[in-house]
Design a protein. Structure first.
Length: 264
């Protein structure tokens, strides 16, 4: 009899032990705080038709970020100087609570009445609509302009592992042009004959990067060579008279690669 009681007590203890270990879970169901139509986006200009822009997302309970084409802002409100005249579309990406959404607001910019960061003028020229054309800083057999560098760090851009420009540089007579004529336009002219192909670009002044989109950089279209698939280049130097770009790992060689340009 005692054995049966002890066994019963042991089983009961196990049951209580497992019951006590089971977690208590409150199932919370996410729900939207509003609709996409209910998200209030506002774009203010510091002057009528001017390029000083402030973007606001005014709806409580909504979180997200702004994409204003030349950068992003992880806040509900952001202000910036926009470099491109014409009709601009700015996008807010966020969550309503239970689902993500995207919504845009448009702004008509008729005048660049606020001066841009100097890097913009160095890249595209003072006449931003007319733009600026760049060529290699020197010619084959006459110095450095397209060469293999140490990988991983732009600080080593000046160390030359192989001066490829002396022997086998593609686009040696090529040209690249940047302008802000209604958009951030990038033109790649491989032969320098005026029959260029149009792409676009993003100048990241804060992080000192240049992103060319839709077209390669001169000497960057070689499959398995010095190319850069994502089109993003680190800016080593950008002045009125010089542009030095670098990538930390070229596609074909896994080394760094350096470009040196001058205005045409």
């Amino acid at each position: 009899m005692k054995l049966n009681k002890i066994l019963y007590f042991f089983i009961a203890s196990l049951v209580l032990s497992f019951t006590a270990c089971e977690p208590i879970v409150d199932e919370l169901e996410l729900s939207n705080t509003t609709t996409i139509d209910g998200v209030d986006l506002i774009a203010d200009q510091s002057t009528e038709g001017g390029n000083g822009i402030t973007l606001k997302m005014n709806t409580p309970g909504v979180t997200g970020y702004w994409d204003y084409n030349i950068g992003t802002a992880l806040t509900d409100r952001t202000s910036f100087i926009y470099p491109i005249p014409g009709l601009a579309t700015f996008k807010y990406t966020g969550t309503l609570g239970a689902e993500f959404f995207e919504k845009t607001v448009e702004v008509q910019i008729d005048q660049l009445d606020q001066r841009l960061d100097q890097d913009w003028y160095d890249l595209v020229g003072e006449d931003t609509a007319a733009g600026k054309t760049w060529v290699y800083a020197t010619t084959p057999g006459n110095g450095l302009f397209w060469y293999m560098s140490p990988p991983g760090d732009a600080a080593g851009y000046g160390s030359v592992w192989w001066n490829a420009g002396d022997c086998c540089c593609p686009d040696a007579s090529g040209k690249i042009k940047f302008d802000l004529d209604g958009a951030a336009n990038y033109t790649y002219d491989a032969d320098g004959d005026g029959n260029g192909e149009l792409g676009s670009f993003v100048l990241d002044v804060t992080n000192q990067k240049l992103h060319v989109v839709g077209q390669p950089l001169m000497g960057g279209a070689i499959e398995g060579g010095a190319g850069n698939a994502d089109g993003i280049y680190e800016i080593v130097s950008l002045t009125e008279d010089e542009m030095i770009l670098y990538i930390p790992s070229s596609e074909g060689f896994g080394t760094g690669w350096t470009w040196i340009f001058k205005p045409e």
